[in-house]
Design a protein around this ligand. Sequence first.
Ligand code: FE
Length: 201
Amino acid sequence: LFSNLRYFKKQNDFSFVINLKKNHFMKPIIKLSVSVLISVFWMNTSSAQKTQLVKGVKIENPYYSRTKTEKLNLKNKEWKKYLNEDLYAVARENETERAFTGKYNNFEGVGTYYCAACGNALFKSDAKFATTCGWPGFFEPITKTSVIYKEDLSQNMKRVEVRCGRCDAHLGHLFDDGPLPTGIRYCMNSISLEFEGKKIN
Ligand code: FE
């Protein structure tokens, strides 16, 4: 680069610009900048999932992990300390977010969906399909144990409730109007999920 600049001063023409474009020295710089940007983006999205804004204060959730698989059997009182109010209402009190309001309803990112309360891997984006109901839909979980099922007789209906296989957070319900290959629709609350895009490399 410096030799190019000296050359530019000496010649006082624009040939250095052409040289600069040809210069292989620039390629590693561009590569490095892109890697740094991706890493920063990654770090931000990862730490955001561990940290929750609880009553306006940033609180680190000690139970959140992308690698640990042991089951969490915690009382709601404990979860209340680490989950923000909206997530707590859905995950621990079985509330449902309003239709068409969730961040993943019309989302088509390629990657993995984790439990927003504990970090357990739940769904791959290739099992997600477009829905018209107002909530994101998946036709299968990552593994058989990613989620657990419970009979739900609330609101004068007989439904199958879907909960996180690790922390027992309420995720949504199961319906039999999904696409092939399973024909099942895992109707999920966006707020119970955290998406992370596939790592580029
Ligand atoms: Fe969980």
